[in-house]
Design a protein around this ligand. Structure first.
Ligand code: SF4
Length: 119
């Protein structure tokens, strides 16, 4: 059994109900197809803590982020998928998301970029 988490951009909450990510997870489609033959559990659905203009502290020093990521470790979540909302308008990855992925990898958690189909 694999425990999986999904990370997404908190700004996406303005327009996103998480339906695409959850549908792909439940149906083992798109970036979750690789688990077709496995039992998987969604153990966490979590966000960054916001852009710099709203939250000054960087993720490495953000006690809330650290607490969330440590909780994933306690819960034996071994893989985190990152939603398409990781991308900024120019298509590059949000630097705060990149930092969080590095913090996840430092904790021994695998990071996969993608949940549902990306155009
Ligand atoms: S820091 Fe990045 S992931 Fe977080 S709200 Fe801002 S744009 Fe979204």
């Amino acid at each position: 059994m694999k425990k999986i988490g999904i990370l997404h951009c908190i700004n996406a909450n303005d327009v996103c109900a998480g339906v695409g990510c959850l549908k792909s997870f439940m149906n083992k489609k798109d970036f979750f197809k690789k688990y077709e033959a496995e039992f998987i559990e969604l153990g966490a659905f979590f966000t960054c803590n916001g852009c710099k203009e709203y939250r000054e502290v960087e993720p490495e020093e953000d006690e809330g982020i650290i607490e969330k990521l440590d909780r994933l470790v306690e819960e034996n979540i071994s893989i985190v998928h990152v939603g398409v909302c990781r991308k900024l308008k120019d298509g590059s990855e949000c630097p705060r998301i990149t930092t969080m992925t590095l913090m996840l990898e430092d904790r021994g958690i695998e990071v996969i970029r993608g949940t549902h189909k990306e155009s």
